[in-house]
Ligand binder design. Sequence first.
Ligand code: CA
Ligand code: CA
Ligand code: CA
Ligand code: CA
Length: 356
Amino acid sequence: MKPGLVSRKRWIVVAVAVWVLLAFGIGAAVLVKTVPGVARLVYGDPPTGQSTECSGVGVTGQPEWIAFETQRGRFGDYEVYVMAPDGSCLTNLTSSWADDVAPAWSPDGRHVAFVSVRDTLSGKLDLESGEIYLLDFDPLTGRAVGEARRMTDSPAADGWPAWSPNGDQIAFHSDRGGDFDIWVMDAAPLEGSPEACDTCGKGGSNPVNLTNHPGDDRFPAWSPDGARIAFASDRDGSYDIWVMDADGSGLVKLTDSPARDRYPIWSPDGTRLTFNTDRDGNQEIYIMDASGNDLVNVTNTPYIEGLADWSPDGMRLVLYSEQKKDKDVYILDLATGQWTNITNSPYSDEYCTWWP
Ligand SMILES: [Ca+2]
Ligand SMILES: [Ca+2]
Ligand SMILES: [Ca+2]
Ligand SMILES: [Ca+2]
């Protein structure tokens, strides 16, 4: 065989190989970009027994959903999941490679605000500063609609979103002022494409610092009538629960304990609050009335309990507890004291919130 022929054949083999590689590479990239199912497999969630027909109907006969953060992402990252109050219809709402945490329902159930570090290098919340994102949700199917879009753009840590009852604003905590304070920003525009939401504004639309105090002010919760915002602050030396009018005036201290009192959440009728405290040696959920009286330890376990949100009828709490090897989400019936583990998973299931 002439040397020239061999080199030409080699050239043809190399050219064909390069073409095949390019074709498959581009094809695969297009598939991943354009086919939602493929994207889910690539970035994806482990099998969860998702149902295709889920109404999420609770005891009220109306749709009810519980959103929570869980460390069951493919890369050991946190995702925001949603489930019906009996633990069925489990669905991954975020499916990102990075940590997605702290979900908050809009009052109409059509949006979930959450905290993510998906636009950072490490994707780990303990290494990066969180931003607040917004995802549309369909309460009739229990599924996310479209892609998440970013609401804040600050080098500071923005977290713990909480909606105003009229859906117009989101309260959050941020250290963008140098230390942690309670801020509010506009929630709108809620509709439109991700491109349209770039006009949401860098740093959120109309951010206002409500506390503006050198103390550590965190974990806002808006009262159901919209008039007040509860939060935790260490301005008197240890974390206590405080409440202020929604414009930042009228500050009142509700608890006074050398322990850490944090994570206040209002009952649906606004007459009571749950909060987390370690005043009894380990973390428990307490309920008090809205003026800070009649404190009751409703968990009273030797285990760690996290924040507790209320069922729509105010008769039960959804909370996370470390009663088993890892954290799970439980329903606690306030009348009977009965606990029901609704995640029962080997993953860390935390930060749960009940809609409506
Ligand atoms: Ca994630
Ligand atoms: Ca502060
Ligand atoms: Ca406990
Ligand atoms: Ca678990």
